[in-house]
Design a protein around this ligand. Structure first.
Ligand code: AHM
Ligand code: MG
Length: 322
């Protein structure tokens, strides 16, 4: 049995980055425990607050955010953190090298119904001496990520992560409290006939996306010439995980509900880390018009249209946009 720390060392991860990743996992193990307690601990339901994106915060959003934030800002190698649940980035240590962005509990509309949620994280290196409470230091494109991953709190608690040398899957062994390597070098099948999209937004999509989904729905008789299946968990972590295991395409495209927002998902702690994982596993990720990891962020909470998964299917969606 190979523990996470052994795998990171074998991948040549330096001890500072290793300690940052280890702290992220300490928080995630605590989140897994709290999710397991659920109603027993009286932590289901909403708070009275909204986050900077105007979404109601669940109690567990706040608890998960505090666990990650508190442990990371105390880590001497962390310059700063940025979170979906924090309006501004927060300073860690002035000489820390790493910047961590995270969505503490993604898919949190699933919490109250006891379905899958996850934590997503992305790690960058600070390029100059700018302190971590200045978001400028974070504004690097996704290609600069040195590590990215997610923890899926499902029937088992899983960690899927990459440091740029392929994608590994770890399962939390609750007996010893350690993430143990259970699959090495995950590869996404190149072809698929399974899509994931929230169809209720159809009328707000751009014509290119409408056309692609219309063509999927026509099945064998349509221009794509195959019968598609559809899934929607409303938890990006769960969707990406399914795609890593059996292929598929996940889309949260641009829609016109609020023209100031380029889609629902956030670039720096949803789009980028998921894109690094998917590309490292041989898949592809795009806004429909360019690779997500080439998008230059202007702000920590920037939104981005997301199309990711099986390489050949993503290429088809990109072709519709040309
Ligand atoms: P969240 O970070 O507020 O949980 O929102 C992100 C989630 C994704 O996990 C999921 O793909 C999407 O929002 C679901 O959106 P919808 O509720 O429109 O189906
Ligand atoms: Mg999210």
């Amino acid at each position: 049995m190979k523990r996470l720390i052994k795998v990171l060392a074998a991948d040549g991860v330096n001890s500072e980055l290793e300690l940052v990743i280890k702290d992220v996992m300490v928080a995630c193990k605590d989140i897994a425990y709290k999710l397991g307690q659920g109603e027993l601990a009286g932590i289901l339901g909403a708070t009275e607050d909204e986050n900077v994106q105007g979404e109601t915060q669940k109690m567990l959003d706040v608890i998960s955010n505090d666990l990650l934030k508190d442990i990371l800002v105390a880590n001497p190698y962390v310059r700063g953190v940025g979170s979906e649940e924090e309006d501004y980035t927060i300073a860690g240590h002035a000489d820390g090298k790493y910047l961590v962005t995270f969505d503490p509990l993604d898919g949190s509309s699933n919490i109250d119904v006891n379905l899958s949620v996850g934590t997503i994280f992305s790690i960058l290196e600070a390029q100059d001496a700018t302190p971590g409470d200045n978001q400028e230091v974070f504004l690097q494109n996704g290609r600069k990520q040195v590590a990215a991953g997610y923890v899926l709190y499902g029937p088992s608690t899983l960690l899927v992560m990459t440091t740029g040398k392929g994608v590994n899957l770890f399962t939390l062994d609750t007996n010893v409290g350690e993430f143990v390597l259970t699959k090495e070098g995950l590869q996404i099948p190149e072809d698929t006939a399974e899509f994931a999209i929230n169809m209720s937004n159809q009328r707000f999509w751009e014509p290119e996306m409408k056309q692609y989904i219309d063509d999927c729905l026509q099945g064998e008789e349509g221009p794509l010439g195959k019968r598609y299946n559809m899934r929607w968990v409303a938890s990006m972590v769960a969707e990406v995980h399914r795609i890593l295991i059996r292929g598929g395409i996940f889309m949260y495209p641009y829609d016109s509900r609020d023209p100031s927002k380029a889609g629902k998902l956030r670039l720096m702690y949803e789009g980028n880390p998921m894109s690094m994982i998917v590309e490292q596993a041989g898949g592809a990720s795009s806004t429909g018009r360019m690779d997500i990891m080439d998008v230059q962020p202007d702000g920590i909470h920037d939104r981005v249209p997301v199309v990711l998964g099986s390489k050949n299917e993503v290429a088809k969606v990109v072709a519709y946009h040309k």
